[in-house]
Structures are given as structure tokens and as C-alpha cells.
Design a protein around this ligand. Structure first.
Ligand code: GRF
Length: 190
């Protein structure tokens, strides 16, 4: 089976990147990560890419005139990979509409809440403060609004009375690692 080229964009730890790397070793998984892009030179996830012989592109926005310049450079750098999908995995920059429009229906994001609830940051803290019974995670297509595009997959987790932001984050993260690869399969089938 020929595997479709995927780019993964990260800014930090890279645990979702790791789950995608692992699943893509499966011969039946339809994608392979051709390139990892990080906007953060210190992102831990870069090491994972090195260890797995995946090409990396690292660009620090501070070295560019403005965001437009930065994104232009990303576009030029990823062009040779002919990416079928771009997976944002803890990527902390907001992509411009101009960038998103270059990849219609091809950019995915994972978010640690049951969207449309709790867009943005501190999702677990807010869910606990609001005494929600459930939280979870969502993989969705990216549009120009933050954490907003069409939902591909979601997974619910129960919030226990003793859960802290930290324990809830861990529970949700485990599910993230399962649904992101599944959502990639679905998106590649489209
Ligand atoms: C995840 O919780 C993801 O949902 C959010 O950022 C975090 C990234 O974690 N968008 P990691 O870098 O994949 O470990």
C-alpha cells in the first residue's frame, strides 16, 4: 500500500506526534509522516523526529519580518513533500486564512475538550471549575476560527470528583493518542 505523505506541526512535547509515528509504522496505516515542522527550536518532539529519521523543519518566527514572511517560508519548505494532510499536534501558532486556504480540507487539529465547549487554553481547569461531568478531546478540520472547524472524531472521558487539572489532562491525553490516528485514517479516505 502506498502511504500518503503527512506533515505534523508541533511546538512542544510531541506525545501526539509520537502516537502518529507509532501507528504509521503499521503497514496498513494509510499515511506516513514525511516531515515534522516546529516553530519552537526547543520543542521536545523534534527529538522524536530525529530518532525516527523523519525530516524536520524548524523556523523561529522571531527571525522573520512578520507572520506572513514566516508562513511563506513554511510553505516553501514543505512544498517538496506534497503533503496530503497537515496535522497540528500541539502547534501553538494560529495559522492565517491565507495559509489554510492553500490546503482546503487538509489541515487537522487536536483539541483537549469536547468542542464546541472550551475552545482555547486551560480547557481542563475550566471544565473542572464548571463541575462538568465529562470532558474529552476532539479532532477537527482547521478553519480560520480557533478550534472551530468540522469535527472528525471526539472521545468523552468522565471527570471524577477527585480529578485535578493534571489527572484529567492525562486521562484525556491517552484518548488523544487513540483518536488522532483514527481521524487521520478517516481524513485520508476522503
Ligand atoms: C494536546 O493536549 C493537544 O490536544 C493540544 O496540545 C497538547 C499537545 O500535546 N492541542 P503533545 O505536544 O502532543 O504532547
Amino acid at each position: 500500500m502506498t502511504k500518503d505523505p503527512i506533515g505534523v506541526f508541533i511546538s512542544g512535547r510531541g506525545s501526539n506526534l509520537k502516537s502518529i509515528i507509532n501507528i504509521s509504522k503499521d503497514l496498513n496505516f494509510p499515511g506516513k509522516i514525511s516531515v515534522v515542522f516546529s516553530d519552537n527550536p526547543d520543542a521536545k518532539g523534534i527529538e522524536l523526529a530525529y530518532e525516527n529519521n523523519i525530516d524536520t523543519i524548524i523556523l523561529d518566527i522571531n527571525n522573520f519580518e512578520d507572520k506572513n514572511d514566516f508562513e511563506e517560508k513554511i510553505l516553501i519548505s514543505i512544498k517538496p513533500y506534497n503533503l496530503k494532510l497537515i496535522c497540528l499536534a500541539g502547534y501553538m501558532k494560529i495559522l492565517s486564512k491565507k495559509f489554510i486556504d492553500k490546503f482546503p480540507g487538509k489541515i487537522l487539529n487536536i483539541h483537549p475538550s469536547l468542542l464546541p465547549k472550551y475552545k482555547g487554553i486551560n480547557t481542563h481547569r475550566r471544565a473542572i471549575e464548571n463541575k462538568e461531568a465529562f470532558s474529552g478531546c476532539t479532532v477537527h478540520y482547521v478553519n480560520e476560527n480557533i478550534d472551530d472547524g468540522e469535527i472528525i472524531l471526539q472521545k468523552k472521558v468522565m471527570i471524577d470528583i477527585n480529578d485535578t487539572e493534571h489527572t484529567l489532562a492525562n486521562k484525556v491525553l491517552k484518548e488523544e493518542h487513540l483518536i488522532y490516528p483514527e481521524a487521520i485514517k478517516l481524513a485520508l479516505k476522503k
